[in-house]
Design a protein around this ligand. Sequence first.
Ligand code: C2E
Ligand code: CA
Ligand code: CA
Ligand code: CA
Length: 275
Amino acid sequence: AKQNGRRCAALFETSMHEAVQERRNIEVDLRAALKRNELELFYQPLVSIETSEIIGYEALLRWNHSEKGMIMPDVFIPVAEDTGLIVQLGEWVVRSALHEVANWPEHLTVAVNLSPAQMRSPNLMPTIINALAATGIAPQRLELEITESVLMNDNQSNVELLHKIRSLGVRIALDDFGTGYSSLNYLRSFPFDKIKIDRCFVDGVDSREDCRAIIRAVTGLATSLGMVTTAEGVERSDQLSQLKLEGCIQVQGYLFSKAMPAASVVGRIAPTVER
Ligand code: C2E
Ligand code: CA
Ligand code: CA
Ligand code: CA
């Protein structure tokens, strides 16, 4: 058993070493990727439960690696966050998404994800203001998605920054609601426009009473605070009917569409609009 333990320790060290090496590779590659235009935004529709119409799209980052193929954000966003590269990357995302929206009908919105590190960058406000000005997009069409971690520890400077952004007319959504150390205090310390209910609750809404109860409570709370609710990760029509019953406003998920390249978004809306 002792020998076995030693072998496991050695294996563990090897895999730790490999993991560290892999992160370093990603970091080096990611710096190059920004220069080589290997990053691309995909778009996933947000749908109104009441009308079944598309309201807008969430921009989701993809990396077309020259050798490894398509890399998903869960792999490289954490590395980008640790290395500070996320600031540059996030600025690119804001600019690209707004330039893309310029090709869409005016009623469609775009949601962009913000990392906590971006909130600490003095460039964030200027990036948003400049990109809005350069594209002429109405600020109301831009929605920024942040997670609870941004508001933790009574982070007063982040709350102030969010107020400044919101005073431009840009909307703010609270992403992944229910997955962090959720505190109702967050809903008091900042007036969100929207709460996005995490997929882990949505998943059981058609089969489990506890998930249903949570969704019912969150939508009730959001509605009475004047906030919209979006259910994330809707995959089945049974979930959709239950979400409708619970008073949820918007839905997003594979039931409607996966995230798709910008060209598919434009292709989808082209026949119905004058372009
Ligand atoms: P998120 O913001 O919670 O985005 C939703 C994720 O759920 C997306 O994964 C989306 O493709 C996936 N999804 C949507 N509908 C369904 C469904 O019905 N079933 C299932 N199983 N999954 C669904 P994706 O694109 O891999 O993104 C993962 C995470 O990476 C995002 O989670 C977000 O936290 C982060 N991310 C993506 N793009 C950006 C970005 O531009 N900036 C930052 N800071 N983070 C980003
Ligand atoms: Ca999001
Ligand atoms: Ca989410
Ligand atoms: Ca997430």
